[in-house]
Every structure is written in C-alpha cells, then in structure tokens.
Write a protein that binds this ligand. Sequence first.
Ligand code: NI
Length: 235
Amino acid sequence: MLKSSLTVLALGVTLASGSALAYQEGDLILRAGAAAVDPQEDSSQLSINGATTEELLGLDSSAGVDSNTQLGLSVTYMLSNKVGVELLAATPFSHTITANIESVGTVEAAEVKHLPPTFSLQYFLLSPESRFQPYAGIGINYTTFFDEEVSADLDAVTQSLGIPGEGSLDLDDSFGFAFELGCDLLIGENLVLNAAVWKADIDTTATFKYDNGTKITADVGIDPYVYMVAAGYRF
Ligand code: NI
C-alpha cells in the first residue's frame, strides 16, 4: 500500500514537473499538414519592350496571382530548450497569373509552379515545460518558379495587339526575409498539433517573350501569407 502510494506520488511529481514533456536541446519536431500560400500582391504596370501600357495604349494594367494549398512539411531542430531552427517545405504550389488590363478586363495569363523553402530561427516564448508552445521566428525565404505556361487567352490578347505567335514566360527566383508566428500543442509526450503563419517577402519579375523579340514584363511583389495547420511528432 505504501509502496503503491509512493509510486503514484512519484508519477504525480514527474507529471507536475513535466520533465518528460519539456522541449529540450536535440529534440526534432516533425510536422505535416495543409499549407496555403495567399499572395498579397502588388504589381507594376505591364510593360511592352520597356514602355508601360499607360504610355503605349493609355490603359492602366497590373498582374495578379491567386492562392493555392499544398501538403506542407516543417521540421524544427531544438538548439536549446528555447531556440530552434526550422525548415518549411511543401509540394509545389501552383498559381494562376492574371493580367489585368483597363477596359480589357482580367485575362488568365499563365500557370506557374513554385517552391518556397523557408529557413527560420525560432524562439519559444513560454517555459519549456509548457504543453502550449507559442513561438516567433525570423528567417530567409528562397522561392524558385518553374513549369511556366502561357495561356491561349493571353496569346489571343497579344496577337490582337499585333504581337505574333505564342508567348513563353520566365519568373526570376526570389530571396527575402520571412517572419513567422506559430504554436505547438503537445498531446502526451510526443504528439503535436500545430498552427503557424509566415509572412514572406517574395518579389519577382515576370517576363513574357515572343518570337519577334517582344518582351512584356511586370515586377510583382507576391509577399504572401503562408498558413499551415499540421499534426506532428516530437522525437
Ligand atoms: Ni516584397
């Protein structure tokens, strides 16, 4: 009786002190879930061979980017019980790029894929013993675009402007800062529920090229919020 009481007491002390729960140096927290990229884009006017549509045609214009959700993966390695380094990765995001031209309207201009790996230094705000682990991070985002495909709709518009043939598209890679807020909720010793949001500085120049040498360009700040909800495991 005394022995079992002591066992219960010891167990209680262990749970209360939470030593089994604590995030600690060397922990690896792996999370998988849905990640959504929600662009907050800010575009220059479209330029044809360096002259804006305003200058050439008297028409305002811009480029737009829609949002997309993919499988997101994030992994944190704890450098101490308060500080971690994190890599965010995902399956390739796919976006529709639109050209918005005054009096023409919104034209689906292209489809493009991108990968935005983001490397962050994270600070966990509460005591390492807490089951609720909110954190803030600062990091670097690298975004690379690929599989750019110009739509037939845009080709019809450019052909009506006297630019022959079909366009091809290239988007410059982007390096920029990223900021992050998130939280882990520990369920038991190893299961983790997670929600996180990043704001990433992603800027690119979109260049549409045509057989006759014409180039249509737009500078686009994509600057998205990236939202993720995930389940994870702490190793
Ligand atoms: Ni930006």
